[in-house]
Write a protein that binds this ligand. Structure first.
Ligand code: NAP
Length: 287
């Protein structure tokens, strides 16, 4: 007997959604929808991917829906538009970074509309997404995990099951991003200080090379700052959004996040200076 054709609808073809959609061809038939059609067409041009005109058309008959959208409000809006076309028993994999309250709301929405919901933010940026080496942080029910895992295997090199309860993976993602942001701002300030002190800022990288402070992340972000080139792997606009989520969630949890709060100020200033679409390394340009 032939296997049924597995069909996944990817909603959102931005920096992460586009490569995720391409890699999901290893899972089954892929349909994409994006608010701005041109970005979806670029993904469709890779071949073997159907570009849907509407979100309802993308999800009709799909057995898996993957959301890779900017933020909670975008996910809410797009899934509400998709709802009339849901097939019964669909698995919804929510990759976008949203807040704990959004995730709780989406779990309720899934229950009410008959979807099996996985809270599944990803660790890794543009290049790991292209290489299929994202780390998926997953929370969701045992039933349906075979489907979810087949999706995760197509887009990532590792899945960390954090809990059954949705929201726990989202919280881990926010904790991880607080580390990413602290590193980014630390590198930016160190290079700025060196420059202001009349020292070649490249010496900061040179001195730590090969030691415990050295890392691929430091090399990538310092490299962008030293070159003054900021093609987005993770945008300043999304960094503002995530830093705001961290500050709000930390307040609820009663944790002081002084570094994230100060870093949010840097990201906001970089965005106000016109660098919202630039990489988060543009923290270096915050004045
Ligand atoms: N980039 C990373 O390194 C990274 C890593 C881990 C997690 N994430 C998370 O993954 C998600 C996607 O990130 P990304 O870097 O791919 O972002 P991105 O390139 O900015 O893409 C954002 C996507 O959301 C869509 N969108 C925004 N507002 C919308 C709305 N109101 N209605 C419908 N669609 C809307 C955009 O559509 P348009 O094309 O029409 O604007 C685009 O498809 C975010 O939650 C981000 O925090 C990103």
């Amino acid at each position: 007997m032939n296997e049924p054709i597995r069909t996944v609808a990817v909603l959102g073809t931005g920096i992460i959604g586009a490569p995720v959609a391409k890699n999901l061809r290893a899972y089954g038939a892929v349909r994409v929808w994006n608010r701005t059609r041109a970005a979806a067409d670029e993904v469709g041009a890779a071949g073997g991917i159907v570009v849907a005109d509407t979100v309802a058309e993308a999800v009709a008959g799909a057995d898996v829906i993957v959301t890779v959208l900017a933020d909670g409000p975008a996910v809410r809006e797009v899934m509400a538009a998709a709802a009339p076309a849901f097939a019964p028993g669909v698995v919804w994999i929510q990759l976008s970074t949203v807040g704990p309250a959004d995730t709780a709301e989406f779990a309720d929405f899934a229950r009410a509309t008959g979807l099996t919901f996985y809270d599944a933010p990803v660790q890794g940026t543009k290049q790991p997404a292209e290489n299929g080496t994202l780390v998926v942080l997953a929370a969701g029910p045992q039933d349906g995990r075979d489907v979810a895992e087949a999706v995760f295997d197509a887009i990532g090199s590792r899945t960390v099951w954090v809990a059954e309860r949705p929201g726990v993976a989202t919280r881990l993602k926010l904790a991880l991003n607080s580390l990413v942001f602290a590193l980014t701002h630390g590198i930016a300030e160190s290079l700025s200080l060196a420059t202001a002190f009349g020292v070649d800022p490249a010496l900061v990288v040179d001195v730590v090379a090969g030691g415990p402070l050295d890392s691929g992340f430091l090399r990538a972000k310092a490299g962008a700052m030293l070159a003054g080139e900021y093609p987005a792997a993770f945008s300043v606009a999304n960094s503002v959004k995530d830093a705001e989520l961290i500050v709000a969630a930390a307040e609820q949890a009663g944790v002081a996040v002084d570094v994230t709060a100060a870093g949010l100020g840097r990201f906001r200033r970089a965005a106000a200076a016109g660098y919202g679409d630039a990489d988060m390394a543009a923290s270096h340009l915050a004045r």
